[in-house]
Each structure stands twice: as C-alpha cells, then as structure tokens.
Design a protein around this ligand. Structure first.
Ligand code: FES
Length: 75
C-alpha cells in the first residue's frame, strides 16, 4: 500500500528499510525521502516504522533464542 504518494513509497519499502538497518523514523525519512514534500504521510509512515521496529526486535530475540535452545535450556 502506498504510504507516501509524493515520493511513491510503499509500506513494504519502509519495512524493508527498517529490516536492513534504518533504526528510526528519521533514518527511514532520510533513506527513502518519505514525508519530505507535503508531509501528509508523516503520521502513517511513523506508525509503519514503529511497527517494523517492533517486529525487528522480536526477530532478533528469536535469533538469540531459537526454539531448540530454549527447549534444551528448559529441560
Ligand atoms: S504524501 Fe508523503 S510527502 Fe506528500
């Protein structure tokens, strides 16, 4: 879904930027140019970044504690 019509940026592009290392809304904005023209997409873009940062952290926890290790540690 398009988030920023001025720049033609989709939610997938924002999520990809976060998963490739953009660690904040500001970083995504600088990387993709989202919300740099009319600014109407800022709130929605910020929400997508926040959600993507949350899933990135969960993904990192799964990498740190894969299910096999968690089971072995518990038993
Ligand atoms: S819709 Fe994103 S800057 Fe205008």
């Amino acid at each position: 879904m398009y988030i920023c019509l001025c720049k033609g940026i989709t939610d997938r592009q924002i999520r990809r930027a976060v998963h490739e290392g953009a660690g904040s809304y500001r970083a995504v904005r600088e990387c993709l140019g989202v919300a740099t023209q009319c600014g109407k997409c800022g709130c929605h873009a910020r929400a997508v970044v926040k959600e993507a940062l949350g899933t990135r952290q969960v993904g990192n926890m799964v990498q740190l504690f894969p299910p096999q290790l968690a089971t072995a540690a518990a038993g």
